[in-house]
Design a protein around this ligand. Structure first.
Ligand code: NAG
Ligand code: NAG
Length: 230
């Protein structure tokens, strides 16, 4: 064996060892179960309309365009076990859009680096990778630019909702999977945590990512807020 061949062989072995280790590691994040009791009530009268949010094209906008609507705010990621929840979103929007409901999605890369794409690549990832098979977001569903939900640079919108909506679980997760610092007790727990906002823009309910069941856990609360006046 030449020197170079030996080095390549060692590198190949190392690569396989790393691969084997990754394969035997349990899936990151909370277990994929349905848990209908992991939600809390928020306590505030302040609305979310003034927060400045970056869009996929880099331009900023506030949320005043959503006045009068019930909003489900979700931090999303393309390479997560929960990414299949996207498949439920379009149907829920179709069911409630006439009553002025929509979903606002905020991509975030802070949970095990599961949203690595650049803003301009994100929609292609959804269409061709996961959920894939040509999947497209509902035309009423707004996918914003990437942001940070936790840590030193958490976005002010997330700083606000985390501050007024109590944590839904006791355990935040495994340190090595949380790509931010500092870790705080009220942090967003993982991708696909949800905040439900009423017609006045006020956060009302917080749902853990596992409180979903194809939307069945959250839709009664959507319906409750849709019955309220703006
Ligand atoms: C809600 O917030 C108000 C004002 O901060 C506080 O006085 C009240 O105790 C809170 N209620 C609950 C149920 O936490
Ligand atoms: C939905 O919003 C539009 C525009 O603000 C309004 O005209 C309409 O009455 C609303 N519909 C419901 C069911 O709230």
């Amino acid at each position: 064996m030449t020197h170079l061949a030996k080095i390549s062989a060692v590198l190949l072995l190392l690569a396989c060892a790393v691969r084997a280790q990754v394969a035997s590691t349990p899936r990151p994040g909370p277990a994929v179960i349905d848990e209908s009791t992991r939600w809390t009530r928020c306590n505030t009268t302040r609305n979310v309309y003034d927060f400045q949010m970056s869009q996929l094209d880099g331009r900023f906008t506030d949320l005043t365009a959503y006045r009068g609507k019930v909003l489900l705010i979700i931090n999303v990621a393309t390479f997560c076990a929960y990414t299949q929840q996207y498949l439920d979103f379009n149907g829920i929007i179709d069911r409630y859009k006439a009553q002025n409901f929509t979903i606002l999605a905020f991509p975030c890369n802070q949970f095990y680096l599961q949203e690595p794409a650049e803003n301009h690549e994100l929609l292609n990832g959804l269409m061709h990778v996961r959920p894939g098979n040509g999947w497209k977001p509902h035309t009423d569903m707004k996918i914003f630019g990437k942001l940070e939900v936790n840590g030193a640079n958490h976005h002010p919108l997330y700083e606000f909702v985390k501050g007024v909506c109590p944590q839904t679980v006791n355990d935040l997760g495994i340190m090595e999977e949380l790509m931010y610092n500092p870790v705080r007790a009220n942090d967003v727990t993982w991708n696909f945590e949800k905040y439900l906002i009423d017609r006045k823009g006020v956060p009302r309910f917080r749902f853990h990512p596992t409180a979903w069941s194809n939307g069945r856990v959250v839709t009664p609360y959507i319906e409750q807020l849709l019955r309220e006046r703006a």
